[in-house]
Design a protein around this ligand. Structure first.
Ligand code: GTP
Ligand code: ZN
Length: 380
């Protein structure tokens, strides 16, 4: 009897909700979040959409050219470059050979993108038509990958594009290490398709032996975890190696040592950062201007006070399991197809926690994030 009842409940549940798509629940690769398929959520900007600029402008201009005898966008004579920062209507673009151009954006390109604020953003790779006095006109924005976004007036504002990784900085003390924060940062990294690197700073101020299990747990998930001290230089050389030839953004609570680490990595970097803040203050207070800063040993770091904290975490409860990679192989084995791994019987995830196969600290992080997401849905 009991069994029959259960089956019926299950069927009803199945009818009311579409079956869950587990196809994106791919494992971590050697480098952590290697397989970063976009979440099946329309609020997470699908990757395809990022490449629309280029296609749209060319298709659109072809249509317009037929109707209005406008020429199609020709890339002849255009240069390729990377947007270092955007100030109002001007983008500062650097070409491969290091030349700097101040560019405006072609009007047609602007009119085709609904969120005009993100038509060109820091980190974009663009094709622009150079003019006299190192000025230029941006014609095409290349498809974007790894992005950092912020919600602004219910619209997604892309703060930085084409970053590969986020360096999640925590300190062992002052402020104290909060392990549950790591899992939130990791979730945000995954949302933005960024590879995470965990940096535990101020190793000179605390005993590090007790941290080995924490470091081991994240290493097992394929996430690089470094112990550093901006003061003694411990771990700085390793951090440099992870930053080399990649675009990285530093993230973490105030006071954990992000600026100090950046300064230890490369002399003069912090000076540059504070200079950028000065410019911002003179400009618009409301705009958070991110800047791409070249590293002497190759690669870039992005820094701006506005994006040092990871973006507001906004997910539906059923998406939270996706951030816990060690759950992925078990989720299809749960008794109910829409098991939330909280109170349900025959939950493969909970069983794995009982057997010590999944760390209970991670499981509690999951529950915390799940409950928070549920609370948000209720209050929405
Ligand atoms: N002992 C020790 N102190 C450090 C270390 N790293 C940073 N500090 C100190 O921690 C304080 C905060 O460092 P910052 O580099 O300003 O921290 P931040 O993360 O950039 O802070 P915000 O700019 O507020 O986001 C400073 O007094 C630093 O001297 C470290 O590895 N060891
Ligand atoms: Zn379950």
């Amino acid at each position: 009897m009991g069994k029959k009842k259960k089956v019926r409940v299950e069927l009803r549940k199945n009818r009311s909700k579409p079956p869950r798509d587990h196809s994106w629940t791919k494992g971590f690769g050697e480098h952590g979040f290697e397989e970063l398929a976009p979440l099946s959520d329309e609020r997470v900007r699908p990757k395809g959409e990022l490449s629309r600029h280029r296609t749209i402008i060319q298709e659109h201009s072809a249509v317009r050219s037929a109707e209005m005898e406008m020429p199609t966008v020709s890339m002849d004579g255009c240069l390729h470059g990377r947007v270092l920062r955007v100030h109002g209507l001007q983008s500062v673009v650097q070409t491969l050979d290091g030349a700097i151009y101040r560019c405006t954006v072609r009007r047609l390109l602007k009119s085709l993108v609904t969120d005009e604020r993100s038509v060109v953003t820091c980190g974009d790779r663009v094709w622009f038509r150079p003019a006299a006095d190192n000025e230029g006109m941006i014609e095409v924005v290349d498809p974007r990958h790894g992005i950092l976004t912020r919600e602004s007036r219910r619209r997604e504002h892309v703060l930085v594009a084409n970053v590969d990784q986020v360096v999640i900085v925590l300190s062992l003390v002052e402020p104290d290490l909060k392990p549950h924060l790591i899992d939130r940062y990791l979730a945000s990294a995954r949302q933005g398709s960024l590879k995470p690197i965990i940096v535990l700073n101020k190793s000179d101020l605390a005993e590090t032996v007790p941290l080995q299990s924490l470091i081991g747990a994240y290493s097992q998930l394929g996430i690089t975890t470094l112990l550093t001290s901006a003061k003694t230089g411990q771990g700085i050389e390793r951090l440099r190696r992870f930053l080399a030839n990649r675009s990285s953004v530093f993230s973490g609570q105030s006071g954990v040592g992000k600026s100090s680490l950046l300064n230890a990595i490369q002399d003069g970097l912090t000076l540059r950062v504070s200079h950028v803040s000065d410019v911002n203050q003179k400009g618009r207070h409301t705009t958070t201007t991110a800047e791409l800063i070249p590293l002497q040993f190759g690669g870039w770091v992005v820094d701006t006070p506005g994006i040092r904290q990871m973006q507001i975490w906004d997910v539906r409860p059923e998406e939270v399991e996706g951030f816990f990679v060690e759950f992925h192989p078990l989720v299809p084995l749960c008794g109910f197809p829409d098991c939330m791994h909280t109170h349900e019987e025959n939950c493969a995830v909970k069983k794995a926690v009982d057997q010590g196969l999944i760390g209970s600290r991670r499981y509690h992080s999951y529950i915390g994030m799940f409950e928070e997401a549920k609370g948000k849905v209720k209050h929405a």
